[in-house]
Ligand binder design. Structure first.
Ligand SMILES: [Zn+2]
Length: 415
């Protein structure tokens, strides 16, 4: 099973927007692209919302059927490990093996030594084709990399072995993710991580590193754009070389766990993948939930009332809701409007404050991040929330479609 060159992960917390998301992708594909949709949902999201992995499969299949979509599509068990993978086996065909928590876990000195010895041919100046200057590979560097990543790649191979036994080889896509950590992996680390994966027989088709900079939820990238551009380009070159050196799947590509809406790095990635004729996988998730709230606000009446209620709850429960996301949000509480103020807002004002149009006079990134982490509030509302998703499906669906197409796909794939 092959993922295909271009793909996008469209997470959907409440599993109501599959058709609208697919409409956006079909629209891009009519412009000459061939982007595969992947419905990703992490174990954590399923727990918060109270959905089952089978719900995501049902959503994907129904969207594909409704639009008579003939292309490839996948259902991603996002951020799973050996303890959580079992309930995804039957319904997923894309597995994101999250090994971040194994980075830095101890490996035996025999394993470290064996790895260092196996890298003999790369010691000294290692020239990656296309890179300006060679990498300087020393025994110390290799030891350091082995101590940091051997256990993580070992864990990836254990999850992979389990999936291979349960699903059969080549019946699923394998991604390895290391993005949920503080410090980014460097291109030289990436090269040797890929060697470890190849040595351990993990046929990764996508790899998700932690990139430099902050990937706060639902808002734009915060960091040094030049540094990101250099790192992203070097990673692309490293992957290309690693495929040839280690015999990894030739479709191996980067997976960017974007936390949604990293608009300022989209053109940078678009430029690199066009220049090198490479593929990309980009995951979004919360951006669709935010469009649901925007759509409710736009609908007015009880839709707007519910959107305001969600804000009121989020505002009053900030500590609890933000806690689990502390590392990936940055909310300035002094810039949050009061509940009283928001309760006086029109549909337009609410939607413009939340909708991610940088530079718009009403846009408020603090407001947006708070609503981003507040999907738990909507989940608790149960059918009071989902009934309105059904009632206002048209207006919400057009918000979701426009967001994925206009703000994401067009920037990412240079449409
Ligand atoms: Zn991730």
């Amino acid at each position: 099973m092959k993922l295909g060159k271009q793909s996008i992960g469209v997470g959907d917390r409440f599993t109501h927007q599959g058709i609208a998301q697919l409409r956006a992708i079909v629209k891009a594909n009519t412009k000459g692209l061939n982007i595969s949709p992947v419905w990703n949902k992490s174990n954590r999201e399923h727990i918060y919302v109270g959905t089952e992995p089978a719900d995501t499969r049902k959503e994907a299949d129904e969207a594909v059927k409704a639009l008579n979509y003939k292309g490839q599509y996948f259902v991603d068990a996002d951020h799973i490990n050996l303890t959580t993978v079992a309930r995804y086996v039957d319904v997923s065909d894309f597995f994101t093996l999250d090994v971040a928590s194994y980075i830095g876990k101890e490996s035996s000195s025999e394993e470290v030594d064996a790895f260092v010895t196996s890298c003999k041919k790369y010691m000294g100046e290692l020239q990656i084709p296309g890179m300006e200057s060679p990498l300087n590979v020393t025994v110390e560097l290799l030891q350091e990399i082995a101590c940091k990543f051997l256990a993580a790649t070992q864990h990836a191979s254990e999850i992979y072995a389990y999936l291979k036994k349960e699903k059969g080889e080549a019946n699923f896509i394998t991604e390895v993710s290391m993005d949920e950590v503080e410090s980014p992996q460097t291109p030289v680390e990436m090269f040797f991580i890929l060697k470890m994966l190849a040595d351990k027989g993990v046929p990764a088709q996508t790899i998700a590193p932690k990139f430099t900079g902050r990937f706060n939820k639902g808002v734009d990238y915060v960091g040094d754009l030049d540094q990101f551009a250099m790192e992203f380009e070097e990673d692309v070159l490293v992957l290309d070389f690693a495929v040839k050196e280690f015999g990894l799947p030739e479709e191996l590509k980067l997976s960017v766990h974007s936390g949604s809406d990293k608009f300022s790095i989209y053109p940078i990635m678009a430029d690199v993948i066009l220049r090198y004729d490479k593929g990309l996988h980009l995951k979004t998730a919360g951006t669709t939930w935010l469009e649901e709230v925007i759509g409710l606000a736009v609908a007015g009446g009880e839709g707007l009332d519910l959107a305001k209620k969600i804000y009121e709850n989020s505002y009053n429960r900030q500590e609890e809701l933000c806690g689990p996301y502390a590392d990936v949000i940055n909310i300035d509480g002094s810039k949050l409007p009061s509940v009283k103020e928001v309760n006086g807002w029109s549909s337009e004002k609410f939607a413009n404050t939340l909708r991610h149009i940088p530079g718009h006079a009403d846009y408020n990134a603090n407001f947006r991040q708070l609503i981003h982490v507040a999907y738990k509030v909507a989940a608790e509302m149960g059918s009071a929330y989902t009934d309105l998703l059904v009632k206002y499906a048209d207006v919400i669906g057009s918000c979701v479609e426009e967001n994925i197409y206009e703000r994401h796909l067009r920037r990412l794939f240079t449409i």
